[in-house]
Design a protein around this ligand. Structure first.
Ligand code: NAD
Length: 354
């Protein structure tokens, strides 16, 4: 019988792309999401992102639950009513600036929500978890590329990053206390782009905080110009370097992680970088976008943004060794898929599928 996955935050950007892969691989999927960063549009109880995922796969979710991870009774009822095999945990708030302005909201949502989840899992003896972590746990690295052995936590520059660090520490402690647990913490670098259908993609709320959605919004005319934060970093053109990763590669990484923790005996806590291992400056991304789409992006250089590291890119070898995963899509693909999604959906999920 096919396995049952509980996906938290499955209506969001990363979650929806992963749910699509899980359904395609014949997993049964239950999603819990409180829709704080995604929306129900058609009044039928399902967020638009997941309606489109069902349409693309021709498969249905076992259940969608409009609920919050801070509701521990709800979580217990989900585990008691279903034989869940593995949990994939995306649910969380992720806006760095907002986390600085509202730290308690971030600690409550991300930490309390996750502790509730872990407690329910423990109670119902479900002990396999894949967790969405982030390269932000490394802060400003002293060397490059970043391996999983680099120190985490001490250089985190904001409460969002600290929630990821703290949750990893909690999960490590849990795995020490109970050797039955198998937890894989996937440290994403910079997921960008969209599914090749361009029917699902990233829908930022308000002014985008990340480079690629900002670029596509300038390209489509929603914003006048891109702000490039600083051109006096010690890089080839002075702008920051990041490791961008195609969202479809990221989704495949989750399939491989499930395969490893479910089908192989792989107890303990394991942190794994998901990146390409290659960094690009902001100006290189703008140039790649023009090559991929023909659209020139207007930009202006503004002051550095506090807390931005100069260069961040992964050593991605461990992912290959441990889960057999390697990114296959390049920057051109990332740019063209992001552009296709933006053009087809100028108003995000409020746009009609053509
Ligand atoms: N997108 C990135 O660049 C990136 C990079 C590194 C790590 N991550 C992590 O990956 C995960 C998914 O990110 P995303 O980009 O898909 O974000 P997203 O905001 O699109 O998706 C997160 C989903 O979680 C839901 N959610 C939040 N708090 C919840 C709660 N308490 N209970 C139930 N649902 C809740 C939201 O409604 C949303 O649908 C997050 O944990 C994020 O921190 C994302």
């Amino acid at each position: 019988m096919s396995k049952l996955i509980l996906v938290t935050g499955g209506a969001g950007y990363v979650g929806s792309h992963c749910v699509l892969e899980f359904l395609n691989k014949e997993y049964n999927v239950i999603v819990i999401d409180n829709l704080v960063n995604s929306t129900i549009i058609n009044g039928n109880g399902l967020p638009e992102s997941l309606i489109r995922v069902q349409h693309l796969t021709g498969k249905k979710l076992k259940q969608f639950i409009d609920g919050d991870l801070r509701d521990s009774e709800l979580l217990d009822s989900i585990f008691s009513n279903n034989n869940i095999d593995v949990v994939i945990h995306f649910a969380g708030l992720k806006a760095v600036g907002e986390s600085i302005a509202k730290p308690l909201l971030y600690y409550d949502n991300n930490i309390t929500g996750t502790i509730n989840l872990l407690k329910s899992m423990e109670k119902f003896k479900v002990n396999k978890l894949v967790f969405s972590s982030s390269s932000t746990v490394y802060g400003e690295p002293e060397e490059l590329p970043i391996t999983e052995h680099f120190p985490t936590g001490q250089n985190c520059t904001n409460p969002y990053g600290r929630t990821k660090y703290m949750l990893e520490e909690i999960m490590k402690d849990l795995c020490v206390a109970s050797p039955d647990w198998s937890i894989m913490s996937l440290r994403y670098f910079n997921p960008v782009g969209a599914h090749f259908s361009a029917d699902i993609g990233e829908q930022p709320n308000g002014e985008p905080k990340n480079l690629m959605p900002y670029i596509t919004q300038v390209a489509v005319g929603v914003r006048k110009e891109l702000k490039v934060f600083g051109n006096d970093y010690k890089t080839s053109d002075g702008t920051c370097i990041r490791d961008y990763l195609h969202i479809e590669d990221l989704a495949v990484g989750h399939l491989k992680a499930i395969d490893k923790i479910y089908n192989n005996n792989f107890p303990g806590f394991h942190a794994i970088n998901l990146g390409t291992g290659r960094g690009y400056t902001v100006l290189e991304v703008i140039q790649a976008f023009k090559m991929a789409t023909g659209v020139k992006i207007a930009y202006k250089i503004v002051d550095r943004r506090p807390g931005d590291a100069c260069a961040v890119y992964a050593d991605a070898r461990l992912a290959h060794e441990v889960i057999g995963w390697k990114a296959t899509r390049g920057l051109q693909d990332m740019c063209s898929s992001a552009w296709k999604w933006q053009q087809k959906n100028p108003n995000g999920y409020r746009s009609k599928v053509k």
